[in-house]
Design a protein around this ligand. Structure first.
Ligand SMILES: Cc1cc2nc3c(=O)[nH]c(=O)nc-3n(C[C@H](O)[C@H](O)[C@H](O)COP(=O)(O)OP(=O)(O)OC[C@H]3O[C@@H](n4cnc5c(N)ncnc54)[C@H](O)[C@@H]3O)c2cc1C
Length: 223
C-alpha cells in the first residue's frame, strides 16, 4: 500500500519532488501475492520502468474454466488476466518464498521453492508440500508484499468502543442491521465483511446509514 499510495500521490502532483520514496525504476521487482493488489503493483512497477517484474502466488494457478469446486451460483475461481498483467511481467503460481538474501541492508534476491497441493479436506482447504529439489533464487531489488487483507488493523478504538471481532478478525456486526455487539455502534464495509469490492462498501455504507437513522429516530425515514 505504501508503494501504491505514493504513486497515486505522484500522479496527482501531491508528492514532494525531493522525496524519492519507493520506486521500481530499473529494478528487478518481485510482487508477493497474485490478487488484485498484486496486479496493481505489477502494473505500477512496469509503468515506473522496472527491469523485470515477477509475481509470485502461493496458491495453484486457477483453471481457465469454472471448476466443479465452484458450481453456479458460487463465485467461480478462474485464471484472470488484468490490464496490468497484459502490460508485461511474469506470473508464477504454487510457489513458496523461503527467504531473502542481500547486503548492506538491501535485498538482492529471493529464495523460493515450488509446492504441490494435496486433496482438499471437507472445509475445502488443502495442505501443501515442497517439491524436493525445486528450490531456486531470483534477483530482487524491490519486494512488494501484496498478500492480502488480514482484517482491520488492531486499534485501541475497537477496545474503547467495546466492539468484538469475529473469528476472521473483522468487526463482529450483523449483516442486516450492521449493529456491532456494543449497542449504538455500527460497522460496515471491509472492516465488517472482510476484504471486498467498492460496490459492497457503498451498499453496506448506505444500509448502515439507514440502520443508524432508525436507531436514533425509531422511524423508517431513509429509502
Ligand atoms: C490495492 C487495492 C486495490 C483494490 N482494487 C479494487 C478494485 O479495483 N475494485 C474494487 O471494487 N475494489 C478494490 N479494492 C477494494 C476496495 O478498495 C475496498 O473494498 C473498499 O475501499 C472498502 O471500503 P471501506 O469504506 O469499507 O473501507 P476503506 O476504503 O478502507 O475506508 C476506511 C476508511 O476509514 C479510515 N479510518 C480508519 N480508522 C479510522 C479511525 N479511527 N477514525 C476515522 N477514520 C478511520 C481509513 O483511513 C479509511 O479512509 C482494492 C483494495 C486495495 C487495497
Amino acid at each position: 500500500m505504501d508503494f501504491l499510495v505514493q504513486q497515486n500521490r505522484r500522479i496527482a502532483g501531491r508528492w514532494p519532488e525531493a522525496a524519492e520514496g519507493i520506486l521500481a525504476t530499473g529494478k528487478h521487482v518481485v510482487v508477493l501475492g497474485g490478487g488484485d493488489t498484486g496486479s496493481d503493483c505489477v502494473g505500477t512497477a512496469l509503468r515506473q520502468g522496472a527491469r523485470s517484474v515477477v509475481s509470485i502466488e502461493l496458491l495453484e494457478r486457477p483453471p481457465d474454466e469454472r471448476s466443479s469446486t465452484t458450481p453456479w451460483p458460487q463465485w467461480p475461481l478462474l485464471y484472470r488476466t488484468s490490464s496490468s498483467h497484459e502490460e508485461g511481467g511474469h506470473r508464477e503460481f504454487a510457489m513458496l518464498t523461503r527467504g531473502f538474501a542481500g547486503s548492506g541492508g538491501r535485498v538482492k534476491s529471493l529464495h523460493a521453492v515450488r509446492i504441490q497441493f494435496g486433496e482438499r479436506d471437507a472445509s475445502g482447504r488443502a495442505a501443501f508440500a515442497e517439491i524436493p529439489g525445486s528450490a531456486f533464487e531470483i534477483p530482487a531489488d524491490l519486494v512488494l508484499l501484496a498478500m492480502g487483507f488480514t482484517g482491520p488493523a488492531p486499534a485501541a478504538l475497537f477496545e474503547d468502543l467495546g466492539v468484538g471481532l469475529d473469528e476472521r478478525g473483522n468487526v463482529a456486526a450483523d449483516s442486516r442491521t450492521f449493529a456491532a455487539r456494543e449497542p449504538g455502534v455500527f460497522a460496515a464495509g471491509d472492516c465488517r465483511r472482510g476484504q471486498s469490492l467498492v460496490v459492497w462498501a457503498i451498499w453496506e455504507g448506505r444500509e448502515a446509514a439507514r440502520a443508524v437513522d432508525f436507531h436514533l429516530s425509531h422511524r423508517e425515514r431513509l429509502r
